[in-house]
Ligand binder design. Structure first.
Ligand code: TYM
Length: 332
């Protein structure tokens, strides 16, 4: 079976709809066809300041959400990144293969650093994409399910794999991004030209999966729509309505043409009311499942420890080949 690896940061109280539709839905689906490795990337989270207690809590809540969305720990290795030390070890080796200029061109770093002021941004934030490359390459992953915003990081991972293979002999699989076009970028409900993100300018633009369902329903009903009144999918001229149709189609299980036909004689209001209801139907049982996983933290930690064991056996194998190729002495 081809391999898949992906990760998500534990940096918010809840995953949002963009995370789910852009990436996590694909994580679940790929379990059918691939050998899957999924992790909560706490090493990446500390590239910006974290409160230790909150980080620990959010790491567990993240794992519980992944389980509740359908990541199956029997089929997938589900683990926490810091519990597999080989990621950080490979990252160092790859940092030494990365040009300073090359790393400086990463747009996510530039965006985040400019928000904090470059002098305050950590060196870890700068090397973040190289750690991400290590995450992927250490499992010899063939495919990486992510949203559109990760494309540049994936390109760096591919370049580093190719460069290492060229210099030291074939060592890494060159990974392909797995980006599902229809849901690759979910937009902010209040500003449908920017992506939905936890750092959105208005909290009303962001749907958090663990938020009170009534509150999320209200956010959907007050989403910004466009001038005109026709319900058609036209991202360029009707960004707001098109974003709602994308979301509706993905969680409601109807195609966009079906939805266009269904709402042909109806208004934006009807569409939003119905989508709000579909969303409530989705998040309510999801939240119950999350709560039940969090009720037994001992068991949850055991599941993650087993996942880390499985991941480590693969990661250690790759690392030992890499160390050998680089010219390090054999492990004692
Ligand atoms: P993170 O934690 O920011 O986001 C997790 C996943 O959600 C996707 N995503 C979106 N997709 C569509 N529309 C949106 N509005 C939206 N917002 C977020 C992201 O593309 C991502 O797939 N660097 C990664 C974490 C990471 C990783 C890895 C990913 C670390 N190591 C190895 C893959 C492989 C990140 O910050 O994702």
């Amino acid at each position: 079976r081809p391999r898949v690896l992906s990760g998500i940061q534990p940096t918010a109280d809840s995953f949002h709809l963009g995370n789910y539709l852009g990436a996590l839905r694909q994580w679940v689906a790929l379990q059918e066809t691939h050998e899957t490795f999924y992790m909560v990337v706490d090493l990446h989270a500390i590239t910006v300041e974290q409160d230790p207690k909150v980080l620990r809590e959010r790491t567990r809540v993240s794992a519980a959400q992944l389980l509740a969305l359908g990541v199956d720990p029997e089929r997938s290795a589900l683990f926490v990144q810091s519990q597999v030390p080989e990621h950080a070890q490979l990252s160092w080796v790859l940092e030494c293969q990365t040009g300073f200029g090359e790393a400086s061109r990463m747009t996510q770093f530039k965006d985040k650093a400019s928000k904090q002021g470059a002098d305050h941004a950590s060196v870890g934030l700068f090397t973040y994409p190289i750690l991400q490359a290590a995450d992927i390459l250490i499992y010899q992953a063939n495919a990486v399910p992510v949203g559109e915003d990760q494309r540049q990081h994936l390109e760096l991972s591919r370049n580093l794999a190719q460069r290492f293979n060229h210099r030291f002999g074939k060592t890494f699989v060159v990974p392909e991004p797995h980006i599902v076009k229809d849901t690759a970028k979910i937009f902010d409900l209040q500003d449908p030209t920017s992506k939905m993100s936890k750092s959105a300018s208005s909290p009303n633009g962001l749907i958090e999966l663990l938020d009170e369902p009534k509150k999320s329903a209200k956010k959907i009903r007050s989403a910004v729509t466009d001038t005109g009144r026709e319900i058609v999918f036209d991202p360029e001229h009707k960004a707001g309505v098109s974003n709602l149709l994308t979301i509706y189609s993905a969680i409601g299980g109807k195609s966009i043409p079906e939805l266009e036909a269904e709402y042909a004689d109806k208004g934006y209001g009807n569409l939003k009311v119905d989508l709000a209801e579909v969303l409530v139907q989705f998040v309510t049982p999801f939240q119950e499942r999350v709560r039940s996983y969090l009720d037994d933290v001992t068991e949850l930690d055991k599941v993650l420890a087993r996942g880390a064991d499985r991941a480590r056996s693969v990661a250690a194998e790759t690392l030992s080949v890499v160390y050998d190729r680089i010219g390090f002495l054999p492990a004692v």
